[in-house]
Write a protein that binds this ligand. Structure first.
Ligand SMILES: [Zn+2]
Length: 430
């Protein structure tokens, strides 16, 4: 409550009187010797009169400047202002600020009064407002930690709160973290705090933790650089030298290597976005070249693979064998059948011999294939092709018989690679 202003106290009047006497004594000491008495008296009178005037003005000034109004909070003076109106305004403003700070219609819980006093006003109204706030005891001037404008807690010093916030941010940092910040508006400021805001640091920490009332979200920006393989491309090209349906890898591709810098944004360790921001190629990839055959295949062209040249049972295999007429190293396979049965070309190619010049083989056809292999068809009863003729795979070239050295009707079939007989069964595609 505000007390009424009292009447001008007796002390003020006494002080004014002392000041007047002091001024009068000073004037008397300026008196002149007897020789100039008359003149001196006139001078003294005028001096006296002027002294009175000076004194009157001075006292007026002093009187004004010596009256002030002290504000008392709980019986203790907190400062002075020069007018009663100003004192009242200070107290009102302080009350409004307390209402704002505490969030409810504030009424002073301690006695706040104004008393006239001697002396000059010593306080700026703003400073006096603060003094009233601090002395009523319902608020404290502390460092407040605010999240999105709401006070979470308070501490005596800024560093306590700053350390707490740093700890929360650092918990999410890794070696790759470039920067981190809170998604929420977080601030520390010095302000008046009511008793409702906690000062307990572990309580503040709990409310900022995930799941807490003021849970904070730490946004971390991470940057990493790693070498990654660069896949090679496959280049297909039409090759006029290669038959349709054939072709393949002409030169193998090689992967390259690049240094890739990636930025990631995480919110409390949860990945939110990931972007490649830079790529430096250390080794360029080499494309793989694949030929695609576009050449029309002539029916007599070789495939490089072989089919059995006749229907029938294989009665003798490739390699060492014993027979009724002794042992030998068999250079092909024997396919038994009926006299006059068809024998066809095992693959396309050119007939390089058709006749019976070799002892033992009887009537034979030899076909040279495009890859240089030569196939033999022996013991034939009849030859249907002649030297220089091109034949297609499956084309009938002779009839089965038992000419030459043969114990029965069969086709002796050989494949020679670089002039050397190989096991035909290993080269058959069917
Ligand atoms: Zn044979």
């Amino acid at each position: 409550m505000i007390h009424k202003v009292k009447a001008l106290p007796r002390a003020v009047r006494a002080a004014m009187l002392r000041m007047w006497r002091f001024q009068a004594t000073k004037i008397r000491e300026r008196g002149r010797p007897r020789a100039a008495r008359v003149h001196g008296r006139v001078m003294r009178i005028s001096a006296y009169l002027s002294a009175v005037c000076v004194a009157a003005v001075s006292v007026g000034l002093i009187m004004n400047s010596m009256i002030c109004y002290a504000i008392y909070v709980g019986g203790e003076p907190v400062g002075t202002v020069s007018s009663i109106a100003e004192a009242g305004a200070v107290i009102d403003r302080a009350q409004r600020r307390l209402t704002e700070i505490l969030g409810y219609e504030y009424a002073y819980t301690t006695t706040v009064s104004v008393t006239p006093d001697l002396g000059v006003a010593t306080s700026a109204p703003e400073a006096l407002e603060d003094a009233v706030l601090l002395n009523v005891g319902d608020v404290e001037l502390l460092y407040a930690l605010e999240v999105n404008g709401e006070a979470v807690g308070a501490a005596e010093d800024r560093e306590t709160l700053a350390t707490l916030l740093r700890g929360i941010r650092d918990a999410y940092a890794t070696d790759e973290t470039v920067s981190s910040r809170f998604l929420e508006q977080v601030s520390i400021s010095r302000r008046y705090i009511g008793a409702g805001v906690t000062r307990d640091i572990s309580e503040i920490k709990a409310s900022l933790a995930p799941g807490g009332e003021y849970a904070l979200t730490v946004r971390c920006l991470e940057r990493t650089t790693a070498s990654v393989p660069l896949p090679f491309e496959i280049e297909y090209y039409d090759d006029g030298e290669v038959y349709i349906g054939e072709g393949g890898v002409v030169s193998e591709g090689r992967s390259g290597v690049a240094l890739v810098t990636t930025e990631r944004v995480l919110h409390n360790n949860t990945l939110v976005s990931e972007n490649e921001i830079e790529q430096t190629v250390l080794t360029a990839p080499v494309p793989e070249r694949v030929a695609v055959g576009v050449r029309e295949r002539p029916p007599t062209a070789s495939y490089g693979e072989y089919v059995l040249p006749a229907d029938g049972k294989i009665t003798s295999f490739f390699g060492f064998r014993r027979t009724t007429i002794g042992s030998s190293n068999h250079q092909g396979i024997d396919i038994s059948g009926k006299l006059g049965q068809e024998i066809w070309a095992s693959d396309g190619g050119e007939v390089i011999y058709a006749g019976s010049k070799y002892s033992g083989y009887g009537q034979i056809v030899q076909v040279l294939h495009d890859n240089g292999d030569v196939t033999y068809y022996a013991h034939c009863s009849k030859l249907l092709v002649s030297e220089g003729e091109r034949v297609a795979r499956g084309q009938t070239i002779a009839l089965m018989g038992r000419t030459g050295v043969a114990s029965g009707v069969h086709c002796h079939f050989e494949i020679r690679v670089d002039g050397v007989p190989v096991d035909p069964l290993k080269l058959l595609s069917l």
